[in-house]
Design a protein around this ligand. Structure first.
Ligand code: GLU
Length: 429
């Protein structure tokens, strides 16, 4: 029988236990989520009818601090997915050494099918349903797939209404005018680029020599592509859920985004207007084709399970940068490794978003706000330090970057578990 997403995610824990002497108690704790909440949210629709949407909040582990993680609105959201994402958040916060545990939330909904007012009612309803288990010192939601800063603003406001006080630290990724942090929107893409730059510099490579294909044109994929192009990388392919564009001369993500607001999907856009980027000729490609392009760097910024045993052997890229959570499953990972393809793992590569969320939480709690330059500098410092840690460890132990990242994260989690007292301690009494 095929493993569930969570079973597959959890199997990465066991790999790490082979490389390090970590207390068994750590594995026992980290094998299970602490709290799973399922809620049914009634929403009054614009036509007067009442609809019920199912949502979840999973707090995976809070040993290192209040739990932290985004909320996604997507038709495929289910408890298995939300639990896996909450597990990855736990590891990710430890990998970049933030004083947070991991959580995730989600609502089973196609947000594109709702009006703005319906979306606002649903967002507020979700917060009313989970209000008892969140809070600035308890569990702090944030944006994820198909949620954005406007939605975070509604959610924060709903929480203040319930608690009858302003507690901006309850949610991050808010609009800047409503207590959000400068630099948060681009932070996931920027952090991923910081890690990539660190990696290629070690390898003696230059951005101008490298071609990049990006799967996923959401917030993270777009900002990554935009900033990477500014830095000299050649973005030869981009795609969204409907299909993609290819140009060997390179694409301009900013121009494509500007056009995209006029035409919904990249594919449609190309059919309607052939000259989206005047300087380049484009070819329309499918998402599958994009994954198999001969490029130096394949960036996965869409969703889980994009590279599996079914297509890993067709990947021709030299390396993979995981900006989505869980885009390569464990079988896919093994096959990529056998082909010598380096994978810069999600728990490091996409940690820039939650890192700037941490800065937002700190600013909210202090009531003192920083300039964007300072935020980007602080982000770079964390990403570089933790990336170096992981790259050094992988080299020293001869293990993959994913195993090294898990080793760093799980060691920090184990440290906290050990300090509470483990089997060896209790045996001595
Ligand atoms: N949803 C983002 C992630 O998966 C950000 C979470 C956060 O800022 O708390 O990392």
């Amino acid at each position: 029988m095929k493993k569930t997403l969570f079973e597959d995610a959890r199997s990465r824990l066991r790999n790490v236990m082979e490389y390090a002497k970590l207390p068994e108690d750590a594995l026992t704790y980290l094998d299970h989520p602490k709290l799973l909440l399922t809620v049914n949210i009634p929403v009054r629709m614009d036509d007067g009818s009442l609809k019920v949407f199912t949502g979840y909040r999973v707090q995976y582990n809070d040993i290192r601090g209040p739990t932290k993680g985004g909320v996604r609105f997507h038709p495929d959201v289910c408890v298995d997915e939300v639990t896996s994402l909450a597990f990855w958040m736990t590891v990710k916060c430890a990998v970049v050494n933030l004083p947070f545990g991991g959580a995730k939330g989600g609502v089973e909904v196609d947000p594109k099918a709702l009006s703005r007012l319906e979306l606002e009612r649903l967002s507020r309803g979700y917060i009313r349903a989970i209000a008892d288990i969140i809070g600035p010192k308890r569990d702090i939601p944030a944006p994820d797939m198909y949620t954005n800063e406007t939605i975070m603003g509604w959610m924060a406001n709903e929480y203040y209404e319930i608690r009858r006080e302003q507690l901006p630290g309850v949610i991050t990724g808010k609009p800047v005018y409503l207590g959000g942090s400068k630099g948060r929107t681009a932070a996931t893409g920027r952090g991923a680029l910081d890690v990539l730059r660190r990696y290629i510099t070690r390898e003696g490579l230059l951005p101008a020599e490298l071609t990049v294909a990006v799967q996923g044109f959401g917030n993270a994929g777009y900002h990554f592509a935009r900033l990477a192009r500014e830095e000299g990388f050649r973005i030869v392919a981009l795609s969204d859920s409907k299909g993609g564009l290819f140009s060997i001369e390179g694409l301009d993500p900013e121009k494509i985004m500007a056009r995209r607001s006029q035409y919904k999907e990249l594919r449609e856009m190309l059919y309607d207007d052939v000259s989206i980027c005047e300087e380049a000729e484009h070819t329309v490609i499918s998402n599958e084709e994009l994954l198999e392009l001969e490029v130096d760097i394949l960036v996965l910024a869409a969703m889980e399970n994009q590279i599996t045993a079914a297509n890993a052997e067709s990947v021709k890229a030299g390396m993979i940068l995981e900006i989505a959570n869980g885009p390569v499953d464990s079988e896919g990972d093994a096959l990529l490794e056998a082909q010598g393809i380096t994978v810069i793992p999600d728990v490091l590569a996409n940690a820039g978003g939650v890192t700037v969320s941490y800065f937002e939480w700190v600013q909210n709690r202090a009531g003192y706000y920083w300039e964007e330059e300072e935020i980007n500098e602080k982000l770079l410092r964390i990403m570089d330090t933790e990336a170096d840690n992981i790259f050094d460890l992988a080299e020293e132990k001869g293990i993959s970057l994913r195993d090294a990242a898990y080793l760093v994260g799980i060691s920090r989690l184990s440290g906290a578990i050990r300090d509470k007292g483990v089997k060896e301690y209790f045996q001595q009494i």
